[in-house]
Design a protein around this ligand. Structure first.
Ligand SMILES: Cc1cc2nc3c(=O)[nH]c(=O)nc-3n(C[C@H](O)[C@H](O)[C@H](O)COP(=O)(O)OP(=O)(O)OC[C@H]3O[C@@H](n4cnc5c(N)ncnc54)[C@H](O)[C@@H]3O)c2cc1C
Length: 336
């Protein structure tokens, strides 16, 4: 499926032009890192084109609607330490796309704001993406350098051209794209990047027949057991109907990754029964193969080469959360 957002009506190439898309800066990935890089580049007058393999924007900032219930099933909340990221969230608040959720969980507020998208996390991404040229539903398979530009080979065989590229997919996926394009990395960089591993996370979204037993504000991280996080999306204020999100721990997600997903979901729902306290009308499962990086690179982004320019960015560089991804996207934009 392909959908263009904000494309100028005259931006379609003439019929005889062999390359369907030529970009000044091609940004692969419409998650927090890609959107932040695009915003910074646009401010400095560069023209950007974002491509993402999924149908919407946000990447791991994901919201899903099931049977009238709404779930954040990836990132749960944003924290902000850097004043520039605080400003992004304040601007989103002014636009009605983000609000403060709470100042801590487990009955122990620590005074630090936890932000949520309004209504869900993907609303924040949509707000950041407003006015940007984005092509959805297209997967980049390979990137290879030509004399003064990059050639991106898409899954359907099309080739696009770009003067510069920012690649924000999780690092193992980015490395696969470079390998497919026969890009050789400098050995020290190759070693650093190939050592970056990610947590996995099996997420269960369950529609309930009544309110859960979680107390406000509706988020809880159990200290032990198979569940890392449980959230009540109704208490969080994003779902009209009672709906909970469960995140399995990394260890359980790895252990169960190749098992029957419904069976794993039932095990997690049974473990969460004391907090659920209501009947389960239905459940859905999503597996995040690359949930959060277990290690992060010491640099805020990785310059693979200068001519033509290629930079890797994402939360594996800036830090394993939304703020880190934004900082990395800005750093990549500054390098270009
Ligand atoms: C279960 C879970 C819970 C989390 N909880 C929190 C939290 O509470 N707070 C917090 O701050 N962070 C949390 N995080 C982490 C946070 O979501 C990430 O750090 C951040 O969103 C990463 O942004 P990114 O832009 O680096 O990557 P992504 O969001 O992964 O964006 C990369 C994008 O690239 C696209 N892409 C990949 N390969 C290709 C390709 N070949 N062609 C085209 N497009 C491609 C993907 O579709 C995706 O949209 C959580 C993550 C998960 C999964």
């Amino acid at each position: 499926m392909q959908e263009r957002i904000g494309a100028a009506p005259d931006s379609q190439p003439p019929m005889n032009k062999p390359i369907p898309h030529t970009a000044d800066v091609l940004i692969i990935g419409a998650g927090m890192a890609g959107l932040s890089a695009a915003a910074a580049l646009q401010k400095s007058g560069r023209k950007t084109l974002i491509v993402d393999k999924s149908r919407g924007v946000g990447g791991r900032m994901a919201t899903r609607r099931i049977e009238g219930a709404t779930f954040d099933h990836g990132a749960q909340f944003a924290t902000a330490r850097d004043p520039r990221f605080v400003q992004v969230l304040e601007e989103a608040r002014a636009a009605g796309a983000a609000v403060e959720w709470c100042r801590g969980f487990d009955g122990q507020p620590d005074g630090h704001p936890r932000w949520k998208g309004a209504p869900g996390m993907s609303s924040l991404a949509k707000h950041l993406a407003a006015g940007m040229e984005i092509i959805h539903g297209r997967q980049v398979l390979a990137l290879s350098p030509a004399e003064d530009h990059w050639i991106a080979t898409m899954a359907d065989g099309e080739t696009w051209s770009a003067a510069a590229v920012i690649l924000t997919a999780p690092v193992p996926q980015s490395l696969a794209i470079l390998e497919a394009g026969a890009v050789t990395l400098e050995p020290a960089l190759e070693k650093r990047l190939s050592s970056i591993q990610y947590e996995r996370c099996i997420a269960v979204m369950a529609v309930l027949d009544g309110p859960s037993r979680l107390p406000p504000p509706g988020g809880f991280a159990p200290a032990e057991g198979p569940i890392a996080w449980i959230a009540d999306n109704q208490l969080k204020g994003i779902s009209a109907d009672p709906a909970i999100t469960l995140h399995a721990t990394h260890a359980v997600s790895v252990e169960c990754w190749d098992h029957d997903r419904d069976e794993t979901a039932r095990r997690l729902l049974a473990a969460a029964a004391p907090w659920i306290g209501a009947g389960i009308k239905s459940f859905h499962v999503h597996g995040w193969r690359y949930s959060k990086p277990l290690q992060t690179d010491p640099l805020p982004c990785a310059l693979v080469q200068n001519a033509p320019p290629l930079v890797l960015a994402g939360d594996a560089f800036g830090g394993p959360r939304m703020e880190g991804a934004a900082l990395s996207g800005w750093a990549a934009a500054a390098l270009l």
